[in-house]
Design a protein around this ligand. Structure first.
Ligand SMILES: [Zn+2]
Length: 228
């Protein structure tokens, strides 16, 4: 019997997709391109189905969230530690984010790999984002991770954008998404780490011209609500 719900015989599929704790986590994936957990199939068939109807990013998310659910199941069964669906989801998003950042840095060579993420001061939150643009015309996507002074994940956001955007547009939309998230969470002291100098310059100069103009205009409007 499943040691988590006690309702069904435990199988890999049950533990990762059908068990009540797992279902609550999958429900947090707002833009999931397929329904997960309704039919019995093994993991590889489910992954193949995801490849058919989703993007490679959806596939990554499927695998990482399934891994986070499995880790959470083990914590509960062997260490009597219960995690909420939000915690499991945030853990998955932050793992994915860290992986993408590591890949990005390692692609830049050994010197870049020596750059370390530094914790912010007590009371301050640090925000990192990742924007991804596919070269084959598939829709772009963004990820946001907010961490506190202990390095713990406070919030995450993962979103597929409604279209295929340029690298700078994707970065600008990621900045906009994180500002909205910071406002929703009512965080007052934040450090923002950005990848795109072009976008930073345009925001600081309040330059609303060019392809990024409308996004930069939106960001400037949001930023007016902050003191610094
Ligand atoms: Zn169960």
């Amino acid at each position: 019997m499943c040691p988590v719900c006690g309702q069904e015989v435990e199988s890999i599929y049950h533990a990762l997709f059908k068990c009540v704790g797992a279902k609550n986590v999958w429900e947090l994936w707002e833009e999931c391109p397929m329904v997960i957990g309704t039919e019995n199939m093994d993991f590889s068939n489910l992954a193949l189905k995801m490849l058919e109807c989703g993007t490679p990013r959806d596939m990554e998310l499927l695998i990482v969230v399934a891994w986070a659910i499995w880790c959470s199941r083990n914590l509960r069964v062997f260490e009597m530690v219960c995690q909420g669906a939000d915690q499991v989801w945030n853990h998955a998003i932050s793992m994915l984010f860290d992986f993408r950042e590591a890949v990005k840095f390692c692609g830049l060579g050994p010197l870049a790999c020596e750059v370390r993420w530094k914790k912010p001061q007590v009371g301050v939150f640090k925000i990192n984002t990742d924007g991804a643009t596919e070269v084959d015309g598939r829709w772009s996507s963004i990820g946001v991770v907010i961490r506190d002074s202990r390095g713990e994940v406070a919030a995450t956001l993962c979103r597929v954008l409604p279209g295929c955007f340029s690298v700078d547009e994707t970065e600008a939309l990621a900045i906009e998404a994180r500002i909205i998230l910071v406002r929703e969470l009512d965080l007052h002291q934040v450090i923002v780490e950005l990848d795109s100098l072009l976008v930073v310059h345009q925001i600081l100069a309040k330059d609303f011209n060019g392809g990024l103009g409308h996004i930069v205009h939106g960001i400037s409007g949001f930023l007016e609500g902050f003191h610094s």
